[in-house]
Write a protein that binds this ligand. Structure first.
Ligand SMILES: *Cc1c(COP(=O)(O)O)cnc(C)c1O
Length: 368
């Protein structure tokens, strides 16, 4: 790129690196000329979309020439019912990433500080820097968010705090007690964003439901998504839940038609399909167990996870192992850009996919 244009970019953007997604299956197919690729790289639901979602999309197709409902009335009503919140607390997003960006654009200016943890989701630094705010990254403790360190980092300039519970890529989680103790000491001028992208997977007894905390903490925003357990990653639909005043602000910044009609119809159908949710949870719990067994057989350490993914310790040759896994037709996620160069993150797949991955990993470790 011409350096002149680089000079024109705002200072935050100059220092940015683009988000690196999991490698698409088609890309690896093109590169290697192979099929039957197993992708366990983007925390997608291995069951594919539910039947009722496909039917809802079919039904919505004839209206494609119309703009979608810009206020998402039906989806918001379904979410309000499902979550026991008011519709005016909901902000729909083109994926929950969109809501994260809306929060940054709504609340941040140059010079403001944003706190998030080491090993946290890559979108937090991107939305922070893109608007010229300053990222304050606190060290992790045992791979997890260190809420004491995050509280200590709060200054007069702090505007936003991003917390992922559970966190991606580490799979670590914060208990209700820990989170509430933290929220109590955060000043009200600081907006706390609780990213619950994997909420529906967690069944730990002390795991907090962020939405239940909203009435005590007006400065709290909870984000969730249809990309993970609901199996709609391709459609891009997520949401934020907050007090109505914050939702009103986000709505001023939001693009008018940020969630398309097929996504809205699919999300409504997905919410109603509790059987699919249950099955997804079961497949994940069994698959996580299967991966852990496999790692133990291979004598590999891993970070305990409550999500639909797990980080396995490969060591210094993690990048090489990743390359070799690709050659075996298995796509996982290197996490060196999360300051975890010795790990690979693996999404929980179907039983067959997990087995294919574990066999490939064994062959790879034997030869590198
Ligand atoms: C996957 C993920 C999201 C969701 O992204 P979408 O834009 O909703 O697809 C948000 N936060 C974290 C931590 C994630 O891992």
């Amino acid at each position: 790129m011409s350096s002149n244009f680089l000079d024109l970019a705002n200072p935050g953007v100059k220092g940015l690196h683009p988000y690196v997604p999991g490698k698409p299956v088609e890309e690896l197919e093109r590169e290697l000329g192979i099929t039957n690729i197993v992708k366990l790289a983007s925390n997608e639901n291995p069951l594919g979309p539910s039947e009722s979602v496909l039917q809802a999309i079919q039904k919505a197709l004839p209206e494609l020439s119309r703009y979608p409902d810009g206020n998402g009335f039906t989806l918001k009503a379904a979410l309000a019912e499902h979550l026991s919140v008011d519709a005016d607390q909901i902000t729909l997003g083109n994926g929950s990433n969109d809501v994260l960006e809306l929060l940054a654009r709504t609340f941040l200016s140059v010079g403001d500080e944003v706190i998030f943890s080491e090993h946290a989701f890559a979108v937090y630094p991107i939305v922070t820097q893109a608007v010229g705010a300053t990222a304050v990254v606190t060290p992790a403790r045992n791979w997890a968010h260190d809420l004491d360190a995050m509280a200590d980092a709060i200054t007069d300039k702090t505007k936003l705090i991003f917390i992922a519970n559970p966190n991606n890529p580490t799979g670590t989680w914060l208990s209700k007690g820990e989170l509430k103790a933290f929220l109590k000491i955060v000043p009200e001028h600081v907006v706390v964003v609780l990213d619950e992208a994997y909420f529906e997977y967690v069944d730990q007894e002390n795991y907090p439901d962020g939405i239940k905390l909203l009435k005590h903490y007006p400065n709290l925003v909870v984000t969730r998504t249809f990309s993970k357990i609901y199996g709609l990653a391709s459609l891009r639909v997520g949401y934020g839940i907050s007090n109505p005043d914050i939702a009103d602000l986000l709505n001023r910044v939001r693009q008018p038609f940020n969630v398309n009609a097929l996504a809205q119809a699919a999300a409504v159908a997905a919410l109603a399909d509790s059987e699919y949710l249950l099955r997804s949870r079961e497949v994940n719990a069994r698959g996580l167990e299967q991966l852990i067994q496999g790692f133990e057989t291979l004598d590999l350490d891993y970070i305990s996870s409550v999500g639909n993914f797990i980080c396995v310790h490969i060591g210094e040759k993690a990048a090489q192992a990743n390359d070799e896994l690709l050659r075996e037709g298995v796509i996982v996620r290197p996490v060196a850009n999360y300051r975890m160069p010795e790990y690979l993150r693996v999404t929980v797949g179907t039983e067959q996919e997990n087995e294919t991955f574990l066999h490939a990993l064994k062959r790879v470790l034997d030869r590198i």
